[in-house]
Write a protein that binds this ligand. Structure first.
Ligand code: RB5
Length: 144
């Protein structure tokens, strides 16, 4: 069976959480494409939002995870791209609705604001929840 590829990227603040998320994705049966950062030194989060947006556009994957300190900057930057629907999630409930109602294709996490166990819960719910479509599809189309 072909494994679905998941994109992951973060700035320095999200570097450690990205490593844990990557391992969990592999455990869940995904192939992981890590677009950096690959070091703990200070970097600019828009570069990594851009990398994931580009990889989505190129069809390298259909979903990804972006992490910065709060998840705010990196989700704002990612959402500048029309094809990206990045949802900053702080709970499994956020992650569930982000998929079911918003068809989010990027899970954004804040490494300084969300504990790792909650982040991992967000990840598994995000990966396992289908888009409900219907009236939500109409609304998503209005801004896609
Ligand atoms: C980096 O210090 C920090 O500003 C960044 O990770 C993020 O939290 C921005 O929104």
């Amino acid at each position: 069976m072909v494994k679905e590829t998941m994109l992951i990227a973060s700035d320095h603040a999200g570097f450690e959480m990205k490593a844990v998320i990557g391992v969990r994705l592999i455990d869940l049966g995904f192939k992981v494409l890590d677009l950096g950062t690959n070091k703990t030194g200070s970097v600019d989060y828009p570069d990594f939002a851009e990398a994931v947006a580009l990889a989505l556009l190129e069809g390298k994957a259909s979903r990804g995870v972006l992490i910065c300190g709060t998840g705010i900057g990196i989700s704002i930057a990612a959402n500048r791209h029309r094809h990206v629907r990045a949802a900053l999630c702080h709970s499994a409930t956020d992650a569930r609705f982000a998929r079911a109602h918003n068809d989010a294709n990027v899970l954004a996490l804040g490494a300084r604001t969300t504990g790792i166990e909650i982040a991992l819960d967000c990840l598994s719910i995000f990966m396992g929840t289908p888009f409900e479509g219907g009236r939500h599809q109409r609304r998503v189309k209005q801004y896609s």
